[in-house]
Design a protein. Structure first.
Length: 201
């Protein structure tokens, strides 16, 4: 809570001092929630301990810490890729780790890290020549938004010749002092249906 004194004129034209209060919602659970957030401020003016006036305002902002999105699907060879954008607030995070354990139907192909410099994406210092154990991509200490692109391929590519294979997973961002903020889940379908049936007239 913020408290300060301010000079004001009241309706009877007398000049005096009022106590002005401002409340800010800053609880840790609210701060680390992986969603759009709304902050509401309420100012209260008191005269002789009596409330004279109040005013409030709200602001919405993108408070997403980690977001996973489908990057592309090759329905012919069963390749699929996602991008995971993490640390949207550009906070200083020590020993940051992005965890993304692939669906059991997939084989890992590659992963590449990028770091946002304020206007564009640069290659990150961490590199991954093999799939990390338990899907834990160690990013290191960061103070900017990062983006991880992961590519995988269906283990049994013959399945997509005659059916659609569904895969689903999500990612988590963790760092020293925080065990993890989870992303949205991404549901994807790979392959083609060789025949479809519609209701006739």
């Amino acid at each position: 809570m913020k408290l300060h004194c301010c000079s004001t004129h009241f309706r009877n034209r007398q000049k005096g001092f009022a106590m002005c209060f401002s409340k800010r919602k800053s609880r840790m659970l609210f701060y680390y929630a992986n969603s759009e957030k709304t902050i509401r401020n309420i100012a209260v003016i008191l005269k002789d301990k009596e409330q004279v006036s109040t005013s409030s305002a709200s602001v919405n902002y993108d408070g997403t810490w980690i977001k996973k999105e489908l990057n592309g699907i090759n329905h012919k060879d069963g390749t699929i890729s996602w991008t995971i954008t993490a640390n949207q607030p550009a906070a200083s995070l020590t020993n940051a780790v992005i965890t993304d354990k692939l669906d059991s139907k997939l084989n890992w192909q590659s992963a590449a890290l990028e770091i946002y410099n304020g206007t564009s994406w640069d290659a990150g210092s961490a590199s991954f020549s093999n799939e990390p154990a338990d899907g834990k991509y160690e990013i290191g200490t960061i103070n900017a938004k990062v983006r991880l692109t992961i590519t995988a391929q269906l283990k049994d590519k013959s399945e997509i010749e005659h059916t659609v294979v569904s895969v689903n997973n999500k990612a988590t961002l963790s760092w020293e002092g925080n065990t993890g903020v989870g992303s949205n889940s991404v549901y994807s379908s790979i392959g083609f249906n060789p025949i479809t049936k519609t209701k006739g007239l």
